[in-house]
Design a protein around this ligand. Sequence first.
Ligand SMILES: Nc1nc2c(ncn2[C@@H]2O[C@H](COP(=O)(O)OP(=O)(O)O)[C@@H](O)[C@H]2O)c(=O)[nH]1
Ligand SMILES: [Mg+2]
Length: 374
Amino acid sequence: MDKFAKVILVSYPIDFTINEAKSLVESVPENKIVKVYTQKYLNHAKYGMGLGKAEEIQKFVKESKDIQKIIVDEHLSSRQIFNLEQLLEIQVIDRERLILDIFYSRATTVEAKLQIQLAEIRYNMPRVRDKAKMMSKSNERAGKGGMGEYIVDVQFRDLKRQMSFIKEKLKDVHLKRQVYHEQRLKKGMPIISLVGYTSSGKTTLFNLLTKENKETSSDLFTTLSTTMRSLQVLNSADAKMDEKILIVDTVGFISRLPHYMIDAFKSTLEESLVADLILLLIDCSENIENIGIKYYSCWQTLNELKVDKSKVYVVLSKADNITSNEMSEIANYLNISAVNKIFISSKTGYGIHKLRNMILSRKYMEKQKSGSVN
Ligand SMILES: Nc1nc2c(ncn2[C@@H]2O[C@H](COP(=O)(O)OP(=O)(O)O)[C@@H](O)[C@H]2O)c(=O)[nH]1
Ligand SMILES: [Mg+2]
């Protein structure tokens, strides 16, 4: 019945890291964080977190009764997950599992789903070894050449077989992809996608831009996912009913993304890049070096995915956190021309009107007005 999952988050005691972890957890729409714990180190052998913290959480879980899972913002071994699950009696999810879940929730193309399955296998591989070690420890006689090792061999071979099977399928899908993209574009409705790092403010802006338009009875919109909605076109008196823009809240760029997940990330993102307009969100309340690093890393990926630069518009978000001097400093540092960027705040509404007007003044709107949709 309840469509929300109450979760506990364990992260590091650094504001920036906590905020990022929270946004990451909430990228899976049904997750609701009820409590955040922090630990300076998450590499203790038994539970990842220290024993004291684990027991504190155990007490909280017992008292609240309806907590469904705990998410730890770090890589955990099978053993650590197993130990924590034994102690807390709820599901334990580590950072990599969470990222895979986010990818699954955003992936729409066959290719993206296959890439995620591939990443999932890579996620499982070291854990198969872990499990075997746990088995041989629990059965001393197993030792070398024992049952544990035999099972590892079998499971490894199985994972490898699955891997080559998926790789074969991927070759096939790659060829068909172009056709799919073209079909998508023929729907004719302008599409805007929001891209940017986790915690850059994508979902907040998405909700702000679409809030008046949630209740729409058209079949298309009721079947849309929580990450795709129509944008209200209420700019002028002549706005017609059929003037709709689709807006997509895409999978976010993720810092500390494990290498083996890069392909899964790219193909999950890729489909949303066929949009007519890409709003690249950059959180300008971070320090300027980080802003620079993230800005260039986003561009690098967009270039690798062969995105047409003229479709990208830079949205510097959370401007309520900085002064106007800092705004010019950032704009200079990133060397973006005035026509291709805007400072906004979803919190105060600063720049939102201008952003809306920019969206409505784009060429794709003309195409729609002239009725060339078919
Ligand atoms: N101060 C401020 N905070 C914001 C603004 N927009 C979003 N946030 C906060 O930034 C955090 C991450 O936002 P979210 O929309 O979840 O980011 P996403 O991961 O890119 O979807 C949340 O705590 C938001 O409340 C803004 O304009 N100003
Ligand atoms: Mg989000």
